[in-house]
Design a binder for this molecule. Structure first.
Ligand SMILES: CC(C)(COP(=O)(O)OP(=O)(O)OC[C@H]1O[C@@H](n2cnc3c(N)ncnc32)[C@H](O)[C@@H]1OP(=O)(O)O)[C@@H](O)C(=O)NCCC(=O)NCCS
Length: 187
């Protein structure tokens, strides 16, 4: 997840080279997509779900890095927001992803989370593919995100989707933990 107050200046001062071309053919991310679990539905995430999303975020990020309600309000009302949620059949939100279109015309995935009791069902993967599709529709071709160096499960998720680590971000998180900048080309 991104530390919002830090990332914009860091990104603008140290924009990495776009990642080298991979062996993935265009649209490979969709090949990764598995048969959707019909118990869940992916829908747009908007300000109407502010409190539900904020509460879910607190269940997902138990390391003191959960976003404040104000941050969610900002993220969900920003015109550049490209955000989705995954809901169960009774409409409860069990996952979310928040993306932003940045001024440099990159896509920035600021956070993604899935409720602990719904993990390992490819819900995060579905959310990531959905936000990438949203970026593609807006003519965005480079997506970036930050992840804790110790968050191996999230890194596995991103690697499985074709993201590559382009930079280490020393002491990026407020508890002094390092971050990794990961980037994917949507070409
Ligand atoms: C990271 C997180 C979003 C993954 O959600 P999820 O819905 O369980 O992930 P998926 O089921 O879509 O996983 C897709 C792939 O990612 C990798 N992955 C996901 N969780 C993993 C874990 N705990 N250990 C190892 N690999 C993992 C696997 O490759 C997995 O594919 P597989 O199940 O076929 O092996 C979820 O664990 C979470 O909310 N964590 C807390 C918040 C967080 O860290 N968010 C990321 C911030 S950068």
């Amino acid at each position: 997840m991104a530390v919002l107050k830090k990332i914009r200046s860091r990104w603008l001062s140290q924009t990495p080279e776009p990642p080298p071309p991979t062996d993935y053919p265009a649209g490979a991310a969709n090949v990764v997509s598995l048969v959707p679990d019909l118990r869940y539905d992916v829908r747009p995430l908007s300000i109407s779900q502010l409190d539900e999303c904020w509460r879910l975020d607190q269940r997902c990020f138990v390391d003191g890095e959960a976003y404040s309600r104000d941050t969610f309000e900002y993220l969900l009302t920003a015109p550049e927001s490209v955000s989705y949620r995954v809901v169960t059949q009774n409409g409860s939100m069990v996952g979310f992803v928040i993306g932003l279109m940045e001024p440099d015309h990159t896509g920035h995935i600021t956070t993604v989370g899935v409720a602990p009791d719904h993990r390992r069902r490819h819900l995060a993967k579905r959310l990531m593919l959905k936000v990438e599709e949203g970026f593609r529709r807006r003519n965005i071709r480079i997506v970036r995100l930050e992840v804790r160096a110790l968050n191996v499960s999230a890194q596995q998720l991103y690697l499985s989707l074709g993201y590559t680590v382009t930079q280490r971000l020393p002491k990026y998180y407020s508890n002094g933990g390092d971050g990794l900048l990961m980037v994917k080309s949507l070409e």
